[in-house]
Ligand binder design. Structure first.
Ligand code: ZN
Length: 257
């Protein structure tokens, strides 16, 4: 039994099977590279789950054993079953961490947690990206330095239709001139959500050790501090004695005099 923060790396895992260029970069899938990369840094026990497994690999037992879920999806967001999305959302609100990568900005789970369209501008011409670290004191940027440079990436540009992040960690600049909020943190219920932009499937982004370090740091940041199951109880027995009110009190237009 591996010890440490229990991380489940979820991947749609379709491009790697169908597209030769992607297969060359990630022969066993992006999820395997991410899982091995973060585990190597210590204190993390990573498992993987993919879309085509029963229940997308996210059974109740797996979710119960997951502290932080990492999500990569792109071409098959619509194939993710709504009932699984609901379960993941519930788990996040109860305390599980969620890290959404790259094209996961359009996943059902990210949209459900953000409540906005999550749309953006994009262009794929293998341009350079520089991710500026704008929160050097934040746990997610430890060991990263001033910036991360990626020689070839897909561009994502503003405006990114997200709710105002609780914390903004990285801002990207692209060779073509656009900028993008590439590292964003939110609190949702008792859980923490981190969106991290890099990761287009045809570039070796998850072989970059700075990118893996950010994801690893984010796992530690998003690890649950508490799990609380949601309830909405009717408290019929108050702690203090409440003075009796007239039966009509609280009805429209009636004020106790
Ligand atoms: Zn992409």
């Amino acid at each position: 039994m591996k010890s440490g923060i229990k991380v489940t790396v979820w991947n749609e895992f379709r491009h790697e099977k169908k597209n030769e260029a992607v297969k060359r970069v990630y022969p066993d899938g992006m999820h395997k590279v991410i899982a091995a990369g973060i585990e190597k840094l210590g204190g993390v026990a990573a498992r993987t789950a993919t879309l085509d497994e029963p229940e997308h690999g996210l059974t109740d037992a797996v979710l119960k054993e997951t502290d932080v879920l990492i999500w990569w999806g792109h071409a098959a967001h619509s194939e993710v079953k709504d009932e699984i999305v609901k379960k993941v959302q519930k788990r996040v609100l109860e305390g599980m961490g969620l890290i959404v990568l790259h094209s996961g900005h359009f996943s059902k789970i990210f949209k459900a947690l953000m409540g906005t369209n999550c749309s953006l501008k994009w262009r794929e011409v293998a341009e350079k990206e520089r991710l500026w670290n704008v929160a050097p004191a934040h746990p997610i940027t430890q060991g990263i330095g001033d910036y991360i440079e990626l020689p070839n990436t897909e561009m994502y540009g503003e405006r990114f239709d997200i709710p105002e992040p609780d914390e903004l960690i990285f801002i990207s600049w692209f060779e073509g001139g656009e900028v993008f909020r590439s590292g964003c943190c939110w609190n949702r219920g008792h859980g923490r959500v981190f969106y991290f932009r890099p990761g287009h499937e045809t570039y070796p982004i998850y072989h970059n050790q700075q990118i893996i370090k950010v994801i690893y740091n984010a796992c530690k940041w998003a690890a649950p501090r508490i799990f609380i199951e949601d309830k909405c109880p009717n408290i019929n027995t108050p702690l203090e004695k409440i003075a009796p009110k007239s039966a009509d009190f609280g009805k429209a237009g009636i004020v106790q005099g």
